[in-house]
Design a protein around this ligand. Structure first.
Ligand code: FMN
Length: 186
């Protein structure tokens, strides 16, 4: 039998997205943080989750405001992504520190990160305390993309150099390998 090495003690699921989650609160102001524990949950209603530790400054902002935005950063933003994940909005405005623009969203009070080419607006549907992270299930109530990343009105990911998170490292993506369902064509 092929021998496998036991990796218990380490946490591995890769690749996962790495995103900038933005939020805003009447008293606490705007903020953003880096999130890698996130994903799609359901197609109808369209929902995504972000898992956040209660000690994060953003936790109170999102749980009390009931909304957040998910912003997809590109490879040139990797240093900013890291910075937003190692500094707290409790110590100063991260939009200013990162030189990012907070653009008004269409529906929610949380801002969009203008420099990210794709943005999702979410309202909090549930908060599930899983353990050290609490999972915020967000219903996607609006989606936006920069004109430059569309081809024929559709998102064209060959124009979006996304970042992915692989076991503690930031990676860029390689090349497309085939379209959904291509295996049916022999
Ligand atoms: C690559 C990366 C991924 C991260 N993913 C998460 C995550 O999924 N959940 C979380 O609670 N914190 C995560 N963090 C840590 C927060 O982004 C970090 O604690 C941040 O300073 C919190 O900001 P805030 O205090 O302004 O809310 C991540 C950090 C990095 C660098």
């Amino acid at each position: 039998m092929h021998e496998k090495t036991d990796l218990s003690g380490s946490f591995i699921l890769a690749p996962v997205p790495v995103v900038l989650v933005a939020c805003s609160h009447e008293e606490l102001g705007r903020n953003l943080l880096t999130i890698a524990w996130c994903g799609i949950d359901c197609s109808d209603p369209e929902t995504v989750h972000v898992s956040i530790r209660p000690e994060r400054h953003s936790y109170r902002i999102i749980s009390e405001s009931g909304c957040f935005t998910v912003n997809m950063p590109t490879v040139e933003m990797t240093k900013i992504v890291d910075m937003c994940g190692v500094t707290s909005g409790a110590d100063g405005d991260k939009f200013d520190r990162a030189g990012l623009t907070a653009a008004p969203a269409k529906i929610v009070q949380a801002p969009l990160v203008a420099e990210c080419p794709v943005n999702l607006e979410c309202t909090v549907k549930n908060i599930i305390p899983v353990g050290v992270h609490h999972m915020f299930i967000g219903e996607v109530v609006a989606k936006h993309a920069d004109e430059e990343v569309l081809t024929g009105g559709k998102l064209d990911f060959s124009r979006i150099p996304l970042i992915t998170y692989v076991n503690g490292e930031y990676w860029s993506l390689g090349r497309p390998l085939g379209k959904y369902g291509f295996s049916k064509n022999g």
